[in-house]
Each structure stands twice: as structure tokens, then as C-alpha cells.
Design a protein around this ligand. Sequence first.
Ligand code: PLP
Length: 463
Amino acid sequence: MHFKTIIEPFRIKTVEPIRQTTRAEREAALQKAGYNLFLLKAEDVLIDLLTDSGTGAMSSNQWAGMMQGDESYAGARSFYKFETAVREITSLKHVIPTHQGRAAERILFGAALKPGDIVPNNTHFDTTRANIEYRQAAGLDIPVAEAHQPQLDHPFKGNIDLDRLEQTIIDNPGKVPLAMITVTNNSGGGQPVSMANIRAASEICHRHGVPLFLDSCRFAENAWFIKTREEGYADKTPLAIAQEMFSYVDGATMSAKKDGMANIGGFLALNDDALAAQCKTMLILTEGFPTYGGLAGYDLEAIAVGLHEVLEEDYLRYRIRSVAYLGDKLTAAGIPIVQPPGGHAIYIDAKGMLPHIPPNEYPAWALSLVLYLEGGIRSVEIGSVMFGLQPDGSEKPSAMELVRLAFPRRMYTQSHVDYLAEVLLYVNSLKNRVRGVKIVESPNVLRHFSAILEPAHSKLIMD
Ligand SMILES: *Cc1c(COP(=O)(O)O)cnc(C)c1O
């Protein structure tokens, strides 16, 4: 192909208007929301990059599939379509539908963990960690050292530290009932994990009799990075690569709100018969019968189709490029971001961009507010408001102050991304005038969702 433009590989059949607001309207909306973007009305947001979870657009084939949803309580045709799609990719024996990823986590950990256990992972997602801690077990994050250097360019910064994985298993006999690898590493900047790393982790785990699970929310994006960055995979299809990834593991948890291309749903898949039987019992107790697991038949249809579409090369090429395209524009303008751009999001390094704002005035939170105020963009802080509050009530600044711009799937076009870049460059031009924020009121856990804040000085942006 001698044309260099990578186009959106779809045409638009249904449109949903988004609303321009004035700066004065956004200023009022911010005040009303207690300077917390989670508390805004979504219709007051122009471009919503809060999350890529469940926010994507479905295809005409997915909607057509939904019309064929079989809502039978047990043994629905839609379940078998879903099971076939999951099996084709994972080859895992038992496929258990759940209403979203965290339900798969809760059911798996409910059956597999006991108090005092340790679950290693490259980096646990927050719901994964919370569900492990709920079982009075510990989630251990052991990414490779490169993961801790935001500016360092490395093809597989999502890799798990293999030496620490093996040492953890050896040092804690009988206390590591399973290990996990998250693809891509969401909490670590959406960075991919190489096939070599998954293979080696699998060998280590199996040598010690420990089952390995994939947190597979973004398995297709990870497969694309393997295809384009790892030697020996350029000529393989994303499906073949995904199949190889899953061939090394004993089970997987999945949020279909990510690479399932659906608005809701998930699954737990695993090979162990006894563990699967326990999980299915738990599923019936809280989610539903094993052939629907808390989902409607039409949801199972949407996911079955979505799992095929997400592995299409045109889609993945466009998806990964859209994120990198924004990353390139910001990098060219000298805006510091976590390098290289992840699969589903750009992470702006607010500490690097706003070094004059001290950590106790939450630079990443302040930056996310300014992006909304100036451009109507909603992002999310991943910094000290989210992670700074310690269990004993004290405050400890988080290692990084990031603003995540997560891309919903198949939702925005290149002109939306050009607009994002324009707003970011404008905000960068007035960065010296941006000031921090303070917390006025906040709950004791997961405070970022509902805390009330205000500017720490007279204004968010000084004249
Ligand atoms: C979203 C996510 C989950 C949890 O899935 P939900 O559908 O939100 O419950 C688990 N792990 C990772 C890596 C995720 O991104």
C-alpha cells in the first residue's frame, strides 16, 4: 500500500449529536460538580475520554446479532454462539459468562484464594486488587523495571518481572494459588506484554505447579503490538497470535466492555474442572444460570460478534494508530507523555508538564479540570487524588501524576483527535498560569469518584 493515511475502517450509519458549550457554561458546570469530572453530566462533555470501558460504538452486525438474541433461561442459542467465539480464541474448556470483568474476578478469587495468599501480576487493575484484598489475600505488582520510567521507549513495558515471579513462588510455598498477567497492562500505561514473556512466565508457573491466568481485557490490542513489535509474528494473524497467547495459560478473566466491543459483559474461562464447578455454583448464587451469567441473550450475541471484529487487522491498525497519532502530536509539541503511547490511552505526565504545582495541590487533577474548562474534554486523573490516601488516613503522594485520555472504540474520528491535540497545545501554552486544587470533602475509600474540590488559589488559571 503506497497511501500513508490510515482511515477509520467503517462508515457511520447512526449518529449521536455531541453538544458544544461555552467556556462560561463549563465554568459553571465545574463549580456545580465540585471540581470533580466524575460528577459532571455527560451531556455537558464534548469529547469524553474518561474511559474506554463499555463506551464504544457497536457495529451493524452486532446490532443485527442482538435482534437474534435468544432469551431462554437455560441453554440459549446465544450462549452457544458466545461460548464458541470465546473457545475459538482461548481454547479454554469452561466458559462462564459474567456481567462484567470484576464479577469474573470475584468468582475466581472467591473459589481459589484463602486469607494470606499472594497473587503476583505485572500490575493489578484496581478492581482486581480490591477483589483479592476482599479475600484477605495480597495482590503483588511486579512489572519489569522499565515500566517505572515514563519517558523510556521500550516495546514491551507491560512485561512481568520473571525473576521476581519465580522468587515469589519459591519464597511463599503453598501461598501462591495462581499468578496473573494483564494484557495490555492498563494500570501501567496500557503497555503490551510480549509473547516471549507470557511463554516464560507460563514455564515458571507450571514448573512450580502454579496456574497462570490472563487478565485479558485488551487481548486483541496486545496481539497487535506483538504482531508489529515482536520478531517472528509479522506474518501471523491477530487471531493466531491471540490463540498462542491463551495457549500458555490455564484460565482468563475478561471484561467484554474493552476488547469484547460491547457495552456490558465479561467472562471467566478456565481448564480446571473442579475449580470451574465451584465457580459455576457461585455464579448461580449471584450472577445467574451458567448459560447467561447476568447477561441478556442479546448481550451474549453482541460479544460473540465483537470478539471477531476486534481481531480484524484494519480495525486494530486504525485503533492503535489513532492513539499513537495523538501521542506523536503531543510529543512533537514537547508535552510529556508516558512513552510509547499505550493501546487504549495516552497518559500525560502532569508532574513533568506542571512542575510548579506541588503534589499536595494535585497537578494531574488540576490539568484534567483545565482540559475540560478550555476544551470540553473529559479525562481522568491517575495520581494523588486517586491513590494518595493511605489506609491509615494519612496522605502520601503517588509516584506518578498522570492524566489519562482513554479512547472509546470506534467512537471518534481523526478530526476529533486533531481537536484534542489543538486543545492540549493551547493548554500547554498557558501552563505556567495553571494552579492547583484542594480537597474540601471526601469519603475514606475510592475518594476520586465523589470528592468535592476547589481551586487552591483564587483561580484555576491565573490572569
Ligand atoms: C476494566 C478492567 C477490569 C474490570 O472489568 P469491569 O468490566 O470494569 O468490571 C479488570 N482488569 C482490567 C485490566 C481492566 O481494564
